[in-house]
Design a protein around this ligand. Structure first.
Ligand code: CA
Length: 454
């Protein structure tokens, strides 16, 4: 039996909590009402109003980071109610991509806030949900018209004193090609375009006039995460970061069978690879760790340790994020340069890359693995670049094991050198030379390194 007094107290607490939650909800509703938001559309609405693109713009600045305001050419000339747009500051323009279900993209404001935390800029969100929803082939017909409409707004802003080079467009998927076409309309004089997994279907074989390419802005960078499916497989910028090879991302489902169920709730599952570019970009804006790409012709060459330094960029590899020209110091900037990096499955996505280079007899089969000081073990194979959760300087020892040949008995293996290196390589790799690895007796070497020395 519960004493009556106890029940009384409990119900009071319950009432109090209930009141709190109602008050909170009402407060939020009130705030939401004052803020502008992107549109949602439905199939029915889409069928009725297909001809209308209904592009609208939202403005976010440091003054109103939590609450977007509607923004239009008209609001620029209104004197009674001046907008928060600051003509003296640079402007970021975010353009979403295809909306299979007609819903507004949930990530847009998060990206805007991430940008505003780093830079004091104007952030314009382009809402073209009406034109971007449902039948992909029809959406592709709309994207240039959207670009034309955006260019009218940019023209207006230019007249009011904004410089073309102060605009940075960030386009996701199909939005990257919208940005590309805006760039074409301004003959490549826009400051920067960042394409986050630029759309592939109907664009891969397209002319550079119709898709994002390096001539669309003074600097074009792109991140590729689903280049075998929703993304584009060819380089489209000055620098193109191919994450984990650009096709499949860690932590996303490998199987593509779900793609036939694209209209069902598995959609988020299917676009996991595709949306990773956006999530990695947002994480890079937070700046918790560097996401550095290493120039290489192919992912295979990269994994085989053929590309370990920043040669083509004169020693300074490009990084994902807001650094000017991705941190490239040289001029002219190379075009369509493929960059590779390995990432993990969760924010901040950075992985410490290590190269392991074992040179020995060509037929030798040697397996090496790191034993790191944190007690984690990673298995790797002969001559590989691998991702490791800790920095190279935290690795305590390296072990090699002679696993023998498959079809014949193999004796000792003589290894000329075993080297480990940070990637991109900043220092000479750490090497141990002339090793004999006996069968059944792993060879190991302890490193004494101090982190933070380099
Ligand atoms: Ca173009």
């Amino acid at each position: 039996m519960i004493p009556l007094k106890h029940i009384h107290i409990t119900s009071n607490v319950w009432l109090f909590l209930r009141c709190l939650s109602v008050c909170e909800c009402e407060g939020e509703t009130q705030r939401e009402d004052d803020c502008a938001d992107l549109n949602n559309t439905t199939w029915q609405e889409y069928r009725q109003q297909r001809v209308k693109l209904q592009v609208q713009y939202l403005l976010l600045t440091r003054k109103n980071m939590e609450c977007a305001r509607g923004f239009s050419q008209e609001s620029l000339t209104k004197t009674q109610q001046p907008s928060d747009f600051d003509f003296s500051k640079p402007t970021k323009v975010i353009i979403h991509g295809y909306r299979a279900m007609g819903s507004k993209p949930s990530w847009v404001k998060e990206l805007a806030k991430a940008l505003l935390r780093v830079q004091d800029v104007n952030v314009i969100l382009v809402d073209w949900v009406y034109g971007a929803s449902f039948a992909y082939n029809l959406v592709v017909e709309n994207y240039k018209e959207v670009a034309v409409q955006i260019s009218v707004l940019i023209n207006q802003l230019q007249k009011q004193g904004c410089k073309l080079e102060s605009f940075h467009f960030i386009g996701v998927s199909l939005g990257a090609h919208v940005a590309g076409f805006v760039g074409t309309l301004f003959e490549g004089r826009i400051g920067r375009i960042t394409g986050l997994d630029p759309a592939g279907p109907m664009f891969k074989g397209a002319d550079t006039f119709d898709r994002l390419d390096p001539s669309d802005a003074l600097f074009v960078d792109a991140i590729h995460t689903d280049s075998d499916y929703f993304g584009i497989s060819i380089p489209v910028g000055h620098v193109d970061f191919f994450l984990n090879g650009g096709k499949d991302q860690t932590g996303c489902a490998r199987s593509r069978f779900a793609s036939i169920l694209i209209s069902f709730p598995v959609y988020g599952y299917v676009i996991c690879d595709h949306m990773r570019a956006l999530h990695v970009y947002m994480s890079a804006l937070n700046g918790s760790c560097p996401l550095t790409g290493i120039p290489c012709d192919s992912y295979e060459d990269f994994l085989n340790g053929q590309c370990v330094d920043c040669g083509v960029f004169k020693g300074r590899c490009p990084t994902i994020g807001l650094s000017d020209n991705s941190g490239i110091a040289m001029s002219p900037i190379p075009k369509e340069q493929k960059l590779f990096l390995l990432t993990t499955s969760l924010p901040p996505f950075c992985s410490e890359c290590c190269g392991v280079f074992v040179s020995g007899r060509s037929r030798s089969k040697v397996q090496g693995y790191f034993i790191c000081t944190r007690g984690q073990t990673d298995t790797t194979v002969y001559r590989k670049v691998l991702t490791h959760p800790v920095a190279l300087c935290e690795i305590g020892s390296i072990k090699l094991k002679n696993t023998g040949a498959r079809f014949y008995r193999q004796g000792d293996i003589h290894v000329r050198s075993v080297c480990v290196s940070e990637l991109p390589r900043r220092e000479e790799p750490i090497c141990v030379n002339n090793i004999d690895i006996h069968r059944g007796a792993p060879w190991s070497h302890d490193f004494v390194q101090v982190c933070g020395m380099f």
